[in-house]
Design a protein around this ligand. Structure first.
Ligand code: NDP
Length: 330
């Protein structure tokens, strides 16, 4: 089987030379293990943090060892009574073509009428993140004005649609005309951040939503955060989901100069990690699964073909080359 490993820690933006594609013979299947032929691999922004060799809320990738991440695939051999050949499953043995794992680290796919890769995106970790951030962390209420950054991405594009469905007035920040057009088609007022400083972005957000925001779903950090802080309503809630504009920084950068807006607007800012809320995943699926199956959620995917394209797919996240969920199809 083939897998990727890292040969060194990136300095700043990673490049393809850091990733080695290796081949290894899989050991014989032990009792309780399952072998899965992967069909789809997920690449996610949080993987950048795992490349620095430092433990955060998750273990780092070890140099020279197989990388991992979410994947779906088909069981091709099983020595556990819970799985048989042909089962479609999800697990964390990504960045490789064939995964061999203990059965308790594998889960059958839920049975909504959706393509299986949806369980890596809109009905997987990113979807769960959007739902948790909006409802549990930001406590969005009907009628709220909601701002979402990286709004056309895997997390953002579900966050904006759930916020609309809950009766919100929604503004999304994104980086290309195609993305802005998609957001507008979803009933979202779309604002570009490209080639703008925080002052200009603040003005554009103000023009898009003169009354200000009750909720800010933060995916980007930097100038987007500063501009959002200038446009909060009294009692606003900021769900800090991600800060992708900072993930490749080599040293701490200056924070927003207007943090006092938190005080002036009596706002609350709370970070969250979706894995802490995973006990709520069945509730998320019950609510959002049927909407996706009925076509009431417009989700998109950007797909690279072939295991060897996995690093490229990952790096595209930092170029904004994806609309919706970035995936690798094997
Ligand atoms: P996306 O599908 O949103 O892909 C990343 C997007 O980020 C790009 O398409 C790009 O869109 C935007 N982006 C990249 N670099 C920059 C930059 N320098 N400035 C502004 N925008 C940038 O990824 P996900 O939906 O998977 O993740 C979105 C965010 O949510 C990330 O910050 C991620 O770390 C976070 N996250 C957090 C979780 C948690 O548990 N807290 C769980 C999952 C994700 P554009 O063209 O619009 O710039």
């Amino acid at each position: 089987s083939q897998f990727f490993s890292l040969n060194s820690h990136p300095q700043g933006l990673p490049d393809q030379s850091l990733f080695d594609l290796k081949t290894a013979e899989l050991p014989e299947l032990s009792d309780g293990e399952v072998r899965v032929s992967n069909t789809w691999l997920s690449v996610d922004p949080y993987m950048r943090g795992r490349m620095d060799g430092v433990t955060t809320y998750i273990e780092p990738f070890e140099l020279g060892k197989p990388m991992d991440g979410a994947a779906v695939g088909e069981v091709i051999a099983s020595r556990d009574s819970r799985f048989s050949e042909g089962d479609r499953v999800r697990h964390a043995g990504g960045w490789r073509d064939v995964a061999q794992l203990p059965a308790d680290q594998i889960e059958p796919l839920p049975d909504f009428e959706v393509p299986e890769q949806a369980y890596l995106g809109v009905l997987g970790m990113p979807g769960m993140t959007a739902w948790t951030g909006l409802n549990t962390i930001a406590e969005m209420q009907e009628g709220d004005n909601v701002l979402v950054s990286a709004a056309s991405g895997a997390v953002g594009s579900l966050a904006v649609q759930l916020a609309k469905a809950k009766g919100g007035t929604v503004v999304g920040i994104a980086g290309s005309q195609e993305k802005l057009d998609w957001l507008e088609s979803l009933g979202v007022k779309a604002v570009s951040y490209r080639n703008k400083d925080a002052t200009q972005l603040s003005k554009d957000l103000k023009a898009a939503c003169p009354d200000g925001f009750d909720v800010y779903f933060e995916n980007v950090g930097g100038d987007c955060l500063e501009a959002a802080l200038n446009n909060l309503r009294v009692g606003a809630r900021i769900a800090v989901c991600g800060m992708i504009s900072r993930y490749n920084d080599q040293s701490a950068s200056a924070g927003p100069g207007n943090l006092a807006m938190i005080l002036i607007r009596r706002a609350r800012m709370q970070g969250f990690i979706v894995f802490d809320h995973w006990d709520q995943y069945p509730s998320f699926l019950n609510e959002v699964g049927p909407l996706v199956a009925r076509g009431e959620i417009d989700y998109r995917e950007t797909v690279e073909d072939g295991l060897e394209k996995t690093p490229e797919a990952f790096l595209k996240l930092f170029e904004g080359a994806n609309q919706g969920k970035m995936l690798v199809r094997l």
